[in-house]
Design a protein around this ligand. Sequence first.
Ligand SMILES: C[S@@+](CC[C@H](N)C(=O)[O-])C[C@H]1O[C@@H](n2cnc3c(N)ncnc32)[C@H](O)[C@@H]1O
Ligand code: SF4
Length: 378
Amino acid sequence: MSGVYFHIPFCKQLCHYCAFHKSISLQAKDDMLECLKLELKLRKGYLGDTSLNTIYFGGGTPSVYQPKEIESLIDEVVKYFTIDANAEITLEANPDDLTEKYLQELSKTRVNRLSVGIQSFHDEDLILMNRRHTGKEAFDAIRRAQSFGFDNISVDQIYGVPGLSMEKWKENLELVFDLDIQHISSYHLMYDPNTIFTKKLEKGQLVEMDEEESFEQFNYLIDEARKHGFIHYEISNFSKEGYISKHNSSYWKQKKYLGIGPSAHSYNLEQREWNIANNYKYIKAIREGKSFSEKEELSEHDRFNDFVLTSLRTYWGMDLELVRKDFGEDLYQHCITKSKKYLLSDHVRQENNCIILNDKGVFVSNDIMSDFFWIEEE
Ligand SMILES: C[S@@+](CC[C@H](N)C(=O)[O-])C[C@H]1O[C@@H](n2cnc3c(N)ncnc32)[C@H](O)[C@@H]1O
Ligand code: SF4
């Protein structure tokens, strides 16, 4: 089973924390739609002979396109691929786009999962982030989507944001649980390069939340999510039983995916490819019949490091027997040595020969994963 990802590189406004590739000029929207279809046709052989169980519209803001435009992209996918009957078809949407009219039309398409960026329900946080909606508008947008029959909804939230007190974070979570949705993605704020937040931080206009406080927010999140029946199945992702995101899981379970659109990444088990993050150059190249991507052939050690990065993120963990089978005795012994260290410090646990991060380990997962990487001697 494989997936197709479409990157929709437009947003109506720039959020001050976000470094995803996008343009706030929507001028090239129609040209882009045409080129997404052309690229799909050009690269339809990339995944080999496989059927699809996920299609994901991410961004940027996919909801800048009307439902019938999104449906026309699904039609193109159906032309070239066999689609699983239970395929998960997700649209990332901004709350301000989810009007009655939009949802009514969307409910007639094959999109069966919504991922909505809430970030916070507190208006002062939303202003700081430069979002286009209030907290109440976001809450109402989810309720409206439910009234149109959407029963697989995920929301994005960010914690560790300057000014987000513990009390406010608790209120955010309470409202999210009230919504009775199926999936939550809760991200720790990252100060990505070239964002307004990072510039403000450097100028001293923003003060980073200290680690202890954001750790407390993270711990509260995982405790409350569990109490409300969510499975914490990946560092930032929580789902009700049966609603683990199939799309995200294909990244973490080393499945193949084809990424269409500027900046989109693809992976076919042997190569990683990524498209240029420039709308104009992308459109020009696709119109000339070239796909504008860079390729990297993966060495054995790259594949091992990818495996560490993807498996340790999840609650399925890293299967040591699989390491031995796929990567040989040396890398297996390397993993045993590292695992012992983190078992002793109580950052991981071992179940059925799988190494799984516990709550303490998840919070410092980046450090642990880098320590497991195999670095070639110069
Ligand atoms: C690709 S964005 C698209 C979502 C959609 N455009 C929206 O804003 O509603 C997916 C999510 O990534 C998260 N995100 C983006 N930049 C982030 C950052 N610097 N730190 C933490 N989370 C971030 C936000 O929660 C956002 O909703
Ligand atoms: S968070 Fe969403 S709306 Fe905001 S800039 Fe990023 S992709 Fe665009």
